[in-house]
Design a protein around this ligand. Structure first.
Ligand code: NAD
Length: 232
């Protein structure tokens, strides 16, 4: 195929070598908190200070982090591949953008964005958000991190599903396959006959659904895979 359409899904694993912990990292930020407390609307309603502090810490870490060879290789693929490349990430850091990627689809939101809980207005988040900050549009004290919490609907699903429906290649990188709907993308892509490849350190929950697996660190496997695609 001359110019295959490619859909890529990245997860916390691609940012691990940039020093941002994954969900499972022992002793990491996630290990110190229960998901229900820091990543659900109910947790935010119960203790907004804890949640705002948690994301302030993550935002500060992400602000300092630098992209690794995995992010850089995907930016190269977007720049050099002649067909469509849709880069979808579950990550809320900006390492894809820092590596030079454009049009990154942040399906779980972004640390550098704030959201009004009342009117859905979005604006650039300050490095340190405060509880009860006013929305610049409706002036209600309902600012929150623009993060898709468990129980909320991921963003851009129509766009992602349309791209998956015409995908020739689907790649999942650094994601454990635990969180839906992202974990179901491989099935959607396989359904339309796309080639599917997983690049992960450990086999994901959905590894059996992939045609090809390339185990290892993203900083190694992703540049190799991108080199192979561009050489096709
Ligand atoms: P996860 O933590 O559940 O899984 C990470 C996966 O990456 C694991 O399967 C692991 O084997 C693999 N991995 C670890 N180091 C790797 C490396 N160097 N190279 C390749 N693979 C590696 O992450 P997930 O599947 O993205 O979980 C989904 C949720 O976690 C999302 O909602 C996301 O928003 C959130 N999250 C995001 C970040 C971030 O933005 N950087 C960090 C932690 C969690």
């Amino acid at each position: 195929m001359a110019h295959p359409s490619i859909v890529i899904l990245t997860g916390a694993g691609i940012s691990a070598e940039s020093g941002l912990g994954t969900f499972r990292d022992e002793g990491g930020l996630w290990a110190q908190h229960r998901i229900e407390d820091v990543a659900t609307p109910e947790g935010f309603a119960r203790n907004p200070q804890l949640v705002v502090d948690f994301y302030n810490t993550r935002r500060a870490q992400a602000h300092e982090a630098v992209p690794n060879a995995g992010h850089a290789a995907l930016a190269r693929l977007q720049a050099e591949h002649k067909g469509e490349v849709l880069l979808v990430t579950q990550n809320v850091d900006s390492l894809h953008e820092k590596a030079g990627s454009r049009d990154v689809v942040h399906m779980h939101g972004a640390l550098n964005s704030a959201l009004c809980g009342a009117c859905d207005h979005r604006w650039e988040a300050p490095l340190k958000m405060k509880v009860g900050e006013a929305c610049p549009r409706c002036d209600k004290p309902t600012a929150r991190p623009d993060i898709v919490w468990f129980g909320e609907m991921p963003y851009y699903m129509d766009r992602i599903e349309m791209a998956l429906a015409r995908a020739d290649i689907f790649a999942a990188i650094g994601t454990s396959g635990n969180v839906y709907p992202a974990a179901g993308f491989v099935q959607m892509a396989a359904h339309v006959g796309a080639r599917t490849v997983e690049m992960n350190l450990d086999p994901s929950e959905t590894v059996a659904l992939f045609e090809e697996t390339r185990p290892g660190k993203a900083s190694v496997t992703v540049p190799e895979w991108v080199g192979d695609i561009l050489a096709e």
